[in-house]
Design a protein around this ligand. Structure first.
Ligand SMILES: [Zn+2]
Ligand SMILES: [Zn+2]
Length: 258
């Protein structure tokens, strides 16, 4: 198994012998509008060309249709015959962009020996939650591979807690940039919530992503690393991969105190 951070929430997986991408967003630096009035988005370029990123990719999974998770460049570059897995409510939107091999995952699907199970997330609270819409996270399981839980864009909540309890993932990929919307409502996990998750999953390796890429974030990779060092003392690792080091394996910044 190999997981590469491309940028933001975009990761490339090699898992059970298959290559796939999650939440493809390839726009060049500053070519998307600002969301928080701080900067045009994305804040940084990719570490390599998008064509390199999608080389050999057999499938894409999209957690929801916000543009930091499926953007115009990815829609243009991914072949229209590409197999795309998504949450059921996003199927029409993805088909409308010309993709014709779109398979919604209601609960669970088996693909080339990989079981992919979908779980809902909670992308904010109150009015902001309604505005953000449906989001999903996914659990990947395969023989001789560690179980991976990709939470997607969600705050730390009971659903996430239950998924961890039920699936006992070896690896948890979180979106931990502390992004806020409108009246400062958190729409994904911040540092505190990420460490809360770590403490609820002491046997899991937590890979925090989505930082340092978009202007509505409030948590940087560096801040999360410091926060984790000061507040996380359970027996697991918090890995914060850095796209500048692509394609090297994820850097592990958090101390291991087991
Ligand atoms: Zn989102
Ligand atoms: Zn996002």
């Amino acid at each position: 198994m190999r997981i590469q951070l491309i940028r933001g929430a975009t990761l490339r997986f090699s898992y059970a012998g298959r290559n796939f991408i999650i939440d493809p967003c390839f726009s060049a630096k500053h070519t998307m509008p600002s969301w928080a009035g701080k900067s045009l988005n994305p804040l940084v370029d990719l570490g390599c060309s998008p064509l390199e990123v999608i080389e050999g990719i057999e499938m894409a999974i999209i957690s929801h249709l916000h543009s930091d998770h499926f953007d115009s460049v990815a829609r243009k570059l991914l072949p229209k015959e590409m197999l795309v897995f998504c949450q059921p409510s996003d199927e029409p939107g993805i088909r409308n962009k010309g993709f014709y091999n779109v398979t919604p995952i209601e609960n669970e699907i088996s693909w080339n020996g990989i079981t992919i199970t979908r779980f809902p997330g909670q992308h904010g609270t109150g009015e902001v939650l309604k505005e953000m819409g449906n989001v999903s996270g996914f659990v990947f399981q395969a023989e001789a591979e560690p179980t991976i839980y990709w939470t997607g864009d969600t705050i730390w909540c009971n659903v996430v807690k239950d998924v961890i309890k039920r699936t006992q993932p070896k690896i948890i990929v979180t979106h931990s940039c502390g992004a806020v919307w409108r009246n400062s409502t958190p729409i994904v996990m911040d540092a505190t919530q990420t460490i809360d998750l770590c403490h609820s999953a002491p046997k899991s390796t937590v890979i925090a992503t989505h930082m340092d890429s978009f202007d509505h974030a409030t948590v940087s990779r560096e801040f999360l690393r410091e926060y984790a060092n000061a507040n996380c003392c359970c027996s697991q690792v918090l890995s914060l991969p850095c796209p500048r080091h692509l394609p090297k394996p994820a850097h592990i910044f958090c101390r291991i105190t087991a």
